[in-house]
Design a protein around this ligand. Structure first.
Ligand code: LCS
Length: 395
């Protein structure tokens, strides 16, 4: 049989077959907090790291259910290993705080999810970590911001919610040249459409709450990297204890079995919705990486194999028109989060990005008129019909 399996086959098969004892076909949920040793010597060997196996749920690799999820996402991202967390924010926090220390400098894309922005602007500086928010579309600007103490470059691409794209290959090269760690938040694109490790990133992070779980029914995070990196994070992971629950790990692994199919439908629907919005007289502008009108469409084509399910658009009439639109949707769900099977619509200025100071929001393109849609996998005609009637009712 061919050795290298295709993406969809890996979605279904990678990491499966954990239960050799009873032969359960699907991965069991190991709903246990602790593990039994055959004898004291075995317990000692596991704690000493001399024998592989499980000890306690907070301690990596947590449980066989967690391991099944990690093996699947690592196979999909093309990484050697991974680690689960209780949320996407816990994963990002762990990567930052386990790798950076007082006096270190971090460069981040200036547009990120609101809580990531807050972590970098308010929490890391408390620990003496310097942070520069840089427009990473401009490689020269990034170069100018490199310092002797730059230890990490963090990229969220496509960025939430402006969908700006950062050149992963160029920026990770830049990081490598100064021995800084490159980290890519791949939540929006997923490995179906963007393989950041292959493009040169050291670490990929995900909010698995989103497309990985896929059904808006869990909170989780995961990182994928080399075995060496995951091992170096283990003491931080084991002691800080932002542990994913076994049921969430199972939901994530189960969600991934259909990632390829869902992402293809999310993306084909999003293209149709983006084209509809672009032609609508009440819409000022549309940002979707798959549209030729996206200022970085060429870069998106180069580093992504598809453009995902997220769209931002500006509605004529600004914040009030946006509120009216949100209040008139019927099929689309008025809610934050993203990556669910159903279409979610929200207004970042006062929802997902409410915690970013207004002047920074405006400077970075998170304008009052910006409405964000996470396009679901319903039939596209129904999503478009709902937006059409809501736009008609919102003047
Ligand atoms: N990274 C990205 C790109 C995100 O969009 C989010 C959450 C996170 C990390 C954090 O993940 P969490 O801790 O929630 O699992 N984004 C959200 C959003 O746009 N609406 O609600 C949450």
């Amino acid at each position: 049989m061919k050795k290298e399996k295709k993406f969809g086959t890996l979605c279904v098969h990678a990491g499966e077959g954990t239960d050799r004892l009873h032969g359960a076909h699907t991965t069991p949920i190991y709903q246990t907090s602790t593990f039994v040793y055959d004898n004291a010597e075995q317990g000692a060997a596991r704690f000493a790291g001399e024998e592989d196996g499980y000890t306690y749920i907070r301690v990596a690799p947590n449980t066989p259910t967690h391991a099944a999820f990690v093996n699947k996402i690592a196979a999909l991202e093309g990484g050697e290993s991974g680690q689960t967390f209780s949320s996407g924010m816990a994963a990002i926090t762990a990567v930052a705080l386990s790798q950076l220390e007082k006096g270190d400098h971090l460069i981040t894309t200036e547009v990120t999810y609101g809580s990531t922005h807050e972590l970098f602007s308010s929490i890391l500086p408390k620990f003496g970590i310097e942070v520069s928010f840089v427009d990473t579309r401009d490689l020269e600007k990034v170069k100018k911001n490199l310092r002797r103490n730059t230890k990490m470059i963090f990229l969220e691409t496509p960025a939430n919610p402006t969908l700006i794209i950062s050149d992963i290959k160029e920026l990770c090269n830049m990081a490598r040249e100064i021995s800084a760690l490159s980290v890519v938040d791949n939540t929006f694109a997923t490995p179906r459409f963007q393989r950041a490790l292959k493009l040169g990133a050291d670490v990929v992070v995900h909010s698995s709450t989103k497309y990985i779980g896929g059904h808006a029914d869990l909170l989780g995070g995961v990182i994928v990297s080399s075995k060496e990196f995951i091992k170096c994070m283990t003491p931080f992971v084991n002691t800080t204890g932002a542990t994913m629950g076994p049921h969430e790990a199972w939901l994530c692994a189960r969600g991934l079995k259909t990632l390829h199919l869902r992402m293809e439908k999310h993306a084909s629907n999003a293209m149709k919705v983006a084209q509809f919005l672009e032609a609508h007289p009440k819409i000022e502008w549309v940002r979707y990486p798959g549209l030729p009108s996206h200022p970085q469409h060429e870069l998106a084509k180069k580093q992504m194999s598809g453009f995902g399910g997220m769209i931002s658009f500006g509605i004529k009439g600004g914040i009030d028109a946006g509120r009216k639109l949100l209040n008139h949707v019927e099929l689309c769900t008025l809610a934050v989060s993203l990556g669910s099977v159903d279409t979610l619509i929200q207004h970042p200025a006062y929802m997902t990005h409410a915690n970013i100071p207004r002047e920074i929001k405006l400077k970075t393109g998170i304008t009052d008129d910006l409405v964000r849609i996470s396009v679901g996998i319903e039939e596209p005609e129904d999503i478009i019909a709902d937006l059409d009637q809501a736009l008609a009712s919102s003047s």
